[in-house]
Design a protein around this ligand. Structure first.
Ligand SMILES: [Zn+2]
Length: 655
């Protein structure tokens, strides 16, 4: 089928050139026609029907194209919005406390997606082909180069060209969903019974009820042990367990091993048979199966980075290497070394001693926030004040607040975006009967930062097709920006001695904490990205070969950027992340959020009054879904860069 599509594309391309159409958008049409041909199959029609379809459906003038665009935009907005409204309704029992108690049907429907067959249906009724023909897809590189000179309208056209780029059959989608579900189940059911671990001299370090899920709980336990009397011996043992998970020498019986005693330093029983890597290869096979149906983005790596994150893997790679190799790492490491009073160990990538606002009296703050916010309605009623305090004009604040609803969440809270102008952004927060404590308030302000961004780039933007932000890191940056100002946003008599919201410089502990977690997660991301490159170069690899290759990659990254700081040659710790198995190539999103945040903070610091600050924030968050690079250029005048966070570290000196 690939060959036939290619033949169609050639044929149509030749035909259009030989017709010598002389309209202004000849290149566009030719491009669209080629993309239609690449996705057209025998089921869609014969070659003659394809040619006829193109002749019948291509716009002849710019105004025809504009009319078509408006009509398609309307359809997209209604489809996405209606599907979202349905999803929100179906999820209420499982997500909100003011809804019915969730029953079995609610749990079943919580996995239902109204748009699962959307693309299939649109190819079947040929709306997808009409779209592609007149609004062809542009590669990321083209968007970043040609886009510099595009009007907003042209950007919106280009985003229309991103809607239907692939035509993956349902069976292949199912293969991917199954592979990811298998990976998820493997990760979600990988527990270590800490009470069953023994030291070499047969001592037990944990109680029997301590059961930790790999790797998150293991990591969190390790973090919590800083400062504990017997902390380091336990940390060393967790580190040993983690290495045996990565190199797969962990006894199979130790996984969920309720009754199995073992010594992580010496037990050599039947090892786990490379299951970790077999799961990753299953996902790889699903990517390979998709590749054939994605002519403009033919590998999983390209689809993830150029299609999803919209920053090429190579660019992220060099951005991350510049940070993990920076001299600021040593600056932060020396503070940690001093605080621990010992040389650093590899697991100190999870050092947890930098505490934001250690000096604030949290009980007093909680008393304030509890009185202010007894329930979700109280928070909703206060949104206008929060916005005006941030510097928004009264009218803007009223308008933004009118598109946000506050709902009581079952979980810890989240923001649920609006997909069209008939629905609000939703701030979900958990408020106990005693009122919102300070931690809850801090999270609620973070989620509010998401919601404000969502309203600005949905309700106050020029084109629906440009609504949103370039990728998740950019909405996280808005959330961080608000969250860091949570104390300034309290009524002025609650906390004394704080300056205004504009030009806020974060306290040093927070900057150090964020930098150290970036250092950690960027290393893991480098390993993850290199592993996928290796998999694509070795599509027939066995799980054992992938294990060896992954360890080789982890060692290489470690020896170059971590050994000089944390010691230990050939350490494989960076490969322990569970995301590598169940969320392929997702990790780079985390540090990107902080990169964007620091660029924005540095830029916004020039705006001295709250009104100027809020005005500039509004301008930036109404840019919408440009590419990450173009968004940042239009926002602050330069491409994504780690220089602002490096400067923030240089200028910080925690006590
Ligand atoms: Zn967030």
């Amino acid at each position: 089928m690939q060959y036939k599509s290619f033949f169609f594309a050639m044929l149509v391309g030749v035909m259009l050139v030989s017709c010598g159409t002389k309209t202004d958008n000849r290149m566009e049409l030719s491009r669209g026609a080629q993309q239609v041909a690449a996705l057209w199959t025998a089921e869609d029609g014969t070659q003659a029907e394809l040619i006829q379809f193109i002749a019948d459906n291509e716009c002849k003038t710019d105004s025809e194209r504009l009319v078509l665009f408006e009509s398609l935009s309307r359809i997209m907005e209604r489809m996405y919005e209606s599907a979202d409204l349905l999803t929100v309704e179906l999820l209420k029992p499982t997500q909100l406390t003011n809804a019915a108690e969730p029953q079995t049907p609610d749990w079943i429907m919580s996995g239902y997606s109204p748009l699962a067959h959307f693309a299939d249906d649109m190819f079947a009724n040929k709306l997808a082909f009409v779209t592609i023909l007149n609004f062809p897809h542009y590669t990321l590189e083209e968007k970043n180069t040609l886009g510099k000179h595009w009007t907003r309208q042209q950007w919106a056209y280009a985003r229309m060209g991103d809607v239907f780029t692939t035509r993956v059959p349902a069976s292949v989608n199912t293969q991917m969903a199954q592979a990811l579900a298998n990976a998820e189940n493997y990760i979600a059911d990988y527990n270590i019974y800490m009470g069953n671990l023994r030291t070499e001299d047969d001592r037990k370090l944990w109680d029997d009820d301590k059961v930790l899920l790999s790797h998150w709980n293991l990591r969190d336990e390790l973090k919590a042990l800083y400062g504990a009397a017997d902390g380091q011996e336990k940390q060393e043992m967790i580190y040993q367990v983690m290495q045996r998970i990565v190199n797969q020498t962990i006894p199979q019986a130790a996984i969920n091993g309720k009754d199995y005693l073992w010594k992580p330093y010496s037990t050599q029983d039947n090892a786990e048979p490379y299951t970790r890597y077999a799961r990753i290869l299953e996902t790889a096979q699903a990517y390979f199966a998709e590749d054939a149906y994605c002519p403009t983005m033919p590998t999983g790596i390209i689809r993830n980075f150029e299609g999803g994150v919209e920053i090429p893997a190579e660019e992220l790679d060099s951005l991350f290497r510049a940070l993990v190799g920076s001299k600021q790492v040593q600056q932060v490491a020396s503070v940690i070394r001093e605080r621990l009073g010992r040389d650093l160990r590899p697991y100190d990538i999870w050092y947890d001693g930098f505490k934001a606002r250690a000096t604030m009296d949290e009980d007093a703050l909680s008393a304030t926030t509890r009185a202010l916010y007894p329930d979700a309605n109280a928070f909703a009623a206060d949104m206008w004040r929060l916005l005006t305090k941030m510097g928004f004009y009264s009218e803007d604040a009223r308008r933004i607040a009118s598109h946000i609803v506050v709902e009581p969440a079952r979980g810890s809270g989240h923001a649920w975006p609006c997909m069209g102008k008939n629905e609000p952004a939703r701030l979900r927060t958990r408020i106990p009967a005693s009122g919102m404590d300070y931690k809850g308030y801090n999270i609620a302000v973070h989620e509010f930062g998401h919601c404000v961004e969502q309203v600005l780039d949905m309700y106050m933007i020029d084109h629906y097709m440009l609504s949103g932000v370039p990728n998740t890191a950019y909405t996280e940056a808005s959330a961080f920006l608000w969250q860091q100002r949570d104390l300034q946003l309290l009524p002025s008599n609650s906390v004394s001695g704080l300056t205004g919201v504009a030009g806020l410089t974060s306290n040093s502990e927070t900057v150090y904490d964020q930098f150290w977690s970036m250092y950690e997660i960027m290393g893991v991301s480098l390993v993850d990205m290199s592993m996928w490159k290796w998999i694509y170069a070795h599509p027939k690899a066995t799980p054992k070969e992938l294990c060896e290759a992954t360890m080789g990659i982890a060692k290489k990254v470690w020896n170059q950027y971590y050994e000089p700081v944390l010691g230990e040659h050939d350490c494989i710790l960076l490969a322990v992340y569970s995301h590598m198995v169940n969320a392929p190539m997702y990790l780079p999103n985390y540090p990107l959020g902080h990169i964007v945040q620091y660029q924005l903070e540095e830029h916004l610091a020039q705006y001295k009054t709250p009104a100027e600050f809020a005005g500039e924030y509004m301008r930036i968050y109404r840019l919408g879904r440009l590419t990450p690079k173009e968004w940042m250029v239009q926002a602050v005048g330069e491409a994504p860069s780690i220089e602002p966070i490096l400067r923030a570290i240089e200028n910080s000196h925690p006590q």
